[in-house]
Design a protein around this ligand. Sequence first.
Ligand code: MLT
Length: 267
Amino acid sequence: MPFARVNGNMLFYREVGDGPLALFVHGFPLDHTLWLDQLKGLAHVRRCVAVDLRGFGKSDPTVDPSLTMEMLADDVAGVIQALGADRADLVSLSMGGYVALALYELRPSLVRSLTLIGTRASADSPEATRARDALADRLLDQGRNAVASELVTGMLGRSPSRRAQARLRSMIEGTRYETLIAALQGMKERQDRTSLLSRIDVPTLVVGGEDDTIVSVDEIRGIVQQVPGARIAIVPDAGHLAPIEQPDQVNQALIELLEGRKVVWWR
Ligand code: MLT
């Protein structure tokens, strides 16, 4: 199985296709399988690699008390280098987007294009911080499986397919407790990178699910307005996880970005 040794950890990745590297960075509490439809649909245009971040999926477990976005960004930089690439098309979702923005701030030369799905540049509000603490308590008190049902409802759109629900539940139930707690801590501590947006000078695609209750369409539009020349795709019938809820539409938007084609659908 393919692993990259980065910063003392073995990080698992799944790879398909040839050509310039596209690196896929998952959100919380997910893993590389979030991107299986994208790997299948984009293998003809890119060397597609979906990584399990430190502590997640098949990557090494972690005892870090906080998985900071900067630490995870440094890991992603290490994966790009371990794969022998100078830079990558970075495709990210939610927490993966926080990591992608941190990477762009710290090592912009590693990023050829940026796709931000269901994410935000701002830091947590006090309410969001409290909600993370409450989620950490529920996870530890009631267990991951009890919390999975509330996350499945909250992260998917109005009438998610059973397949999307099953995929999300597998990812949540497969994530270690120590990783869940450390990632919640890292997201809670993350910096506000709103001021970075106007300095992004690589092709950028921002994607939102029309029914996303975690990151609203207005927030997605707000990012697009600040990144020079950014494209937007608002995906109908999708919540927070458009890549598994509406894979064909997400793949189409990605292919248009990666091939530099005119956008044929966007709102
Ligand atoms: C994610 O999908 O990565 C999370 O919803 C991000 C967050 O909780 O801020």
